[in-house]
Write a protein that binds this ligand. Structure first.
Ligand SMILES: Cc1cc2nc3c(=O)[nH]c(=O)nc-3n(C[C@H](O)[C@H](O)[C@H](O)COP(=O)(O)OP(=O)(O)OC[C@H]3O[C@@H](n4cnc5c(N)ncnc54)[C@H](O)[C@@H]3O)c2cc1C
Length: 457
């Protein structure tokens, strides 16, 4: 009854901006991966921090769960309202609040997408580089501590969020951080909320670090005979300190999928997709050093993409790789794995994963942000076939165990949500209980995105 009572009060407060329409509930109850449809009881569309605080207070008074929602592109079921409740969609809170061009920072509302933000910044010579491929919201990206193709050069959301405004579970509004580039003032609450997946509060504004648009950009693809040599080239490049802007890996199966999807004709070998940023001279030098590494490791030469439209086509192809791989087996869904290991262990992590998948009854193209030691096997399985479901789950499980044994993590960038909770104990031990203590202190009724990231109960 608590949820229904909350909905009556919310409906009085928000009017039409509290939706219970079937399409809205379906949209907010779905996900990009294999989790079953789990619709919320209603979707709220606030327009201000004050409205978010009032929504949270009403929900708290009636024990109604509250789930933040940005663009819904997260991959571990993070937005699914497993205990019912109200999804708070930040679609209508997507403004740039303050641009500090001289200080290279910007304050935005959480619903702005990374593409919309970069469009706003285009004429300033500045950019926000964190790029998860999907056109995610900045609030969702902060909440999953997202990264992507450019993290190897510019860092992840952890490195690029300077401060936050957050509505806590009791409706209080707090500010964390400042516009200063560094601070020693107390606990790092900004770091606490970045990656919290909406379990500790709702982010209503973010101050972000910006970067200068590079004077020169150059991109290229190169092929390798096998995965091992491609990964060796990555390891050597990173260990030499070449400041790669992007260094992405696609295995031959991923290449076949993107060729079919994006109408390209890359040879069916493992590939690296790279990009260099800097001055004209800097880019030339980086490209030469990388070229030497590729030659030494037996790479098959470069195809350059110097024109902006060619680079755009290259990265669009890369960003669509997930959907391309899904389309390669239309009857299938996917477990998207996301391990990250120290760079010195990358080669064995990739090779052991390849052998494991090859010995299984399913396919699992491998691709990833290898410059960070982060890669994904997209484990495709037919949900109607019990042996394929089991094989995908077992492979995913072994992949995480492998990462942890190599000193890595179950998730480099996608987060925990529902899908990776089973590994929190193994990765964090007693520190997972400390996360539970923090949750208990900030959200004692367990109303903020319940069921995610933390221990059940
Ligand atoms: C094709 C594809 C490729 C991808 N590639 C990458 C990649 O390379 N790197 C990467 O990091 N991710 C990647 N992702 C995953 C996804 O894009 C990221 O997880 C992204 O950060 C999610 O942002 P979103 O706006 O869609 O958030 P949502 O999915 O809407 O929400 C994600 C989480 O944040 C919470 N949340 C949302 N807004 C708020 C708020 N204002 N306050 C508090 N909590 C909030 C939600 O409750 C949920 O827990 C990819 C996804 C797809 C579909």
């Amino acid at each position: 009854m608590g949820i229904e009572t909350a909905l009556v009060a919310l409906s009085t407060f928000l009017g039409q901006r509290l939706s219970r329409s079937k399409p809205d509930l379906q949209q907010h109850g779905g996900s990009e991966t294999h989790f079953p449809m789990t619709p919320p009881d209603a979707v709220a569309y606030p327009r201000s921090t004050e409205e978010v605080a009032e929504i949270v207070k009403i929900c708290a008074a009636h024990d109604c769960p509250v789930i933040g929602y940005g663009a819904g592109t997260s991959l571990e079921g993070q937005t699914l309202p497993v205990n019912g409740g109200v999804t708070v969609d930040f679609r209508d809170m997507a403004a740039v609040l303050h641009l500090g061009a001289e200080d290279m920072d910007v304050t935005v509302q959480p619903g702005i997408t990374r593409e919309a933000l970069n469009e706003e910044l285009r004429a300033t010579g500045l950019m926000f580089p964190v790029d998860p491929g999907a056109n995610a919201s900045i609030g969702g990206m902060a909440s999953t501590r997202a990264s992507g193709t450019t993290a190897v050069r510019y860092g992840t959301m952890r490195d690029n969020v300077l401060g936050l405004e957050v509505v806590l579970a009791d409706g209080r509004v707090i500010q964390t951080g400042t516009r200063a580039r560094k601070s020693s003032a107390g606990y790092d609450l900004t770091g606490l909320f970045v990656g919290a997946e909406g379990t500790l509060g709702l982010i209503t504004a973010l101050t972000l670090r910006l970067h200068g648009q590079p004077e020169a950009v150059s991109a290229a693809v190169c092929a390798f005979d096998d995965m091992a040599t491609a990964v060796e080239a990555v390891q050597t490049t990173i260990q030499m300190g070449v400041p790669m802007a992007r260094i992405e890996f696609l295995d031959a199966a991923s290449v076949a999928a993107v060729n079919a999807h994006s109408n390209t004709s890359l040879p069916l070998y493992p590939h690296l997709l790279v990009e260099f940023h800097g001055s004209e001279a800097g880019v030339k030098e980086q490209a030469e050093v990388f070229g030497d590494v590729v030659t030494d490791t037996g790479g098959k030469g470069f195809a350059w993409a110097d024109k902006p439209e060619d680079r755009s086509a290259l990265w669009t192809m890369r960003h669509h790789a997930y959907w391309a791989i899904l389309q390669s087996r239309p009857d299938c869904t996917a477990i998207v794995t996301d391990i990250c290991v120290p760079i010195s262990r990358l080669a064995e992590a990739v090779e052991d994963t390849r052998a494991d998948i090859a010995a299984s009854p399913i396919t699992g193209p491998i691709l990833g942000h290898v410059g960070d030691g982060n890669f994904h096997a997209i484990l495709l399985f037919d949900p109607a076939k019990e042996d394929e479901v089991r094989a995908a789950k077992d492979l995913s499980h072994r992949l995480v165990e492998r990462a942890l044994a190599l000193g890595g993590t179950a998730t480099g960038e996608h987060g925990i949500g529902l899908g990776k909770k089973a590994y929190m104990e193994a990765e964090h031990g007693d520190a997972w209980d400390v996360m539970g203590d923090i949750k208990q202190a900030l959200d004692p009724k367990n109303l903020m995105n319940p069921g995610k990231l933390l221990r059940d109960g």
